[in-house]
Design a protein around this ligand. Structure first.
Ligand SMILES: [Zn+2]
Length: 162
């Protein structure tokens, strides 16, 4: 079940993962399953399924706005190691189901983290994939799209025509 506002877990800071044990892997696989279960969902963070560990899943495969695409990305302890440029784009979030928001994000990022197999991973992403990664990493710090807008004029009711 995806947690939605005002669930307090969404505002909490998730803990770094020490060892990637069975529990951590189960969270990762739950994240991927939940993402796949929601059409057009391109990313999920552990807070959204009520788990306070630093784990995200992103997959922008086939998305019309994607430029770079690394396929399925699952990372523990993800960090934005480098960021370049800035642009504003509309974002939605399963945890904020009734609203979308214009959020300013870096255009190109390098994200590092640990893959489920324990290997260090370095991902260069731009455009939509970079935005998705930044959005999910924000979740781990308890930050939602509504915390990232410059004013209430940047928040919109979601169109119900889906
Ligand atoms: Zn979200």
């Amino acid at each position: 079940v995806v947690r939605v506002l005002p669930d307090p877990v969404l505002k909490q800071v998730a803990a770094r993962v020490g060892t990637i044990d069975a529990t951590a892997l189960a969270v990762a696989s739950d994240l991927v399953d939940t993402m796949r279960a929601h059409e057009r969902c391109v990313g999920m963070a552990a807070n959204q399924i009520g788990e306070l560990i630093r784990c995200v899943a992103v997959d922008v495969t086939g998305h019309v706005k994607a430029v770079s695409c690394s396929g399925l990305i699952v990372l523990f302890n993800p960090v934005v190691a480098e960021a370049e440029g800035a642009e504003t784009g509309r974002e939605g979030c399963l945890s904020v189901p009734e609203l979308t928001a214009n959020v300013r994000r870096a255009i190109r990022v390098v994200v590092t983290g640990i893959a489920p197999d324990g290997a260090h991973r370095r991902i260069e992403a731009d455009a939509f994939e970079a935005r998705a990664l930044q959005h999910e990493i924000d979740h781990l710090d308890g930050i939602l799209i509504l915390d990232r807008v410059s004013s209430t004029r940047e928040v919109f009711e979601r169109r119900l025509s889906s």
